[in-house]
Design a protein around this ligand. Structure first.
Ligand code: AHN
Ligand code: ZN
Length: 329
């Protein structure tokens, strides 16, 4: 064997060794795994916050369970160091009922100019008007997913913010009286009967001329294998935020939840935040490929058995990544 041959074999062997080790951590050809910058979001903790709300029973305005849960939410935001404001109001429902309602606002970094608004509704629906059994149509919804899930995630976000301050200011709003819209069994009178709390806040913000860079609404974000299509009003008013959130979710490997397809439009709290306050806002909401809502929606089945810690984690971690990436001007 000549020297030339030996060095050729050595070269071959080292190439083989190299390509083997390359298959592990340092493959320069593969896309580098995205490294998140946000603190860990706990799906267990968020689940606990959903469970605590559901333990009060349905949270329908003008009931003692609604008052008790509202007090609990105020207490939790205070415990997590937020500056808390309560906005009490009386709003009129589709049937003329006067609802004693309360928006609950928790703020962080009040001195910060750049602010992001995170919101969810905390009331539950007085009617299970989509239940397959019509005997249930006048019974209230327990609302584990609609919308205990969104509130549970935002309480966990508040807990994390207390541990590590993001660069920007954050406002968390729990809107009331979202889900008292005209039931399917009643005649629809002209008017905007959904989202009464956010409509009120839009006309009377908790801070005069309140402004945020953008807003993110969480609605029905807790079911196993949830799918979030790009909701139509979100695309119309805030398409860059839709892109930012969906691409961040993909980087975190949550692309199975955040489907890169357009979905239907939903009249939800973000519509009024867009229209009345000009804050570009999106809705992360579970809809199906055929533009329907999840099967337990507005039925007696919207209970804890539908809540998945993995889904709460996927949504919560995505929201955290978005806010910890944001820079103060
Ligand atoms: C409409 O059905 C028009 N809006 C529903 C918004 C909603 C209700 N989200 C949760 N519950
Ligand atoms: Zn609802």
């Amino acid at each position: 064997m000549t020297i030339k041959n030996i060095s050729f074999i050595t070269l071959l062997l080292s190439l083989v060794a190299c390509s083997c080790s390359n298959r592990t951590a340092t493959n320069t050809n593969a896309v580098q795994a995205y490294e998140k910058i946000s603190p860990d979001f706990s799906g267990d903790s968020a689940y606990h916050f959903v469970d605590r709300q559901v333990a009060f029973g349905p949270r329908v305005p003008n009931t003692k369970e609604h008052v008790a849960c509202g007090d609990y939410l105020v207490g939790e935001l205070k415990r997590f160091g937020a500056d808390v404001k309560e906005q009490k109001m009386v709003v009129t429902a589709f049937d003329g009922t006067k609802l004693n309602a309360r928006n609950i606002i928790g703020s962080y970094g009040l001195d910060k100019k750049t602010r992001v608004l995170l919101f969810a509704h905390w009331d539950t629906r007085p009617f299970s008007d989509h239940d397959p059994d019509s005997n249930n149509h006048h019974k209230p919804v327990l609302g584990a997913n609609d919308a205990g899930s969104g509130v549970g995630i935002l309480l966990e976000v508040a807990r994390v913010i207390q541990q590590k301050t993001p660069e920007i200011g954050i406002d968390i709003i729990f809107f009331d009286a979202e889900d008292y819209g005209t039931p399917a069994f009643a005649e629809e009178k002209p008017g905007d009967w959904w989202c009464l709390g956010s409509q009120y806040w839009g006309a009377n913000p908790h801070v005069p001329n309140y402004k945020a860079k953008y807003g993110i609404l969480l609605d029905m974000v807790g079911a196993a294998d949830a799918t979030f299509y790009r909701e139509e009003y979100s695309r119309y008013y805030a398409n860059d935020i839709v892109e930012k959130v969906w691409s961040t979710a993909r980087q975190l490997d949550y692309g199975a939840y955040f489907v890169s397809k357009n979905g239907m439009g939903v009249t939800d709290d973000h519509v009024y935040v867009n229209q009345k306050r000009n804050i570009p806002s999106i809705d992360i909401i579970h809809t199906n490929a055929d533009s329907s809502f999840v099967s337990h929606w507005h039925t007696q089945k919207d209970d804890m058995s539908n809540i998945s810690k993995e889904t709460l984690k996927a949504v919560g971690q995505t929201v955290l990544e978005i806010i910890y990436k944001e820079k103060e001007k």
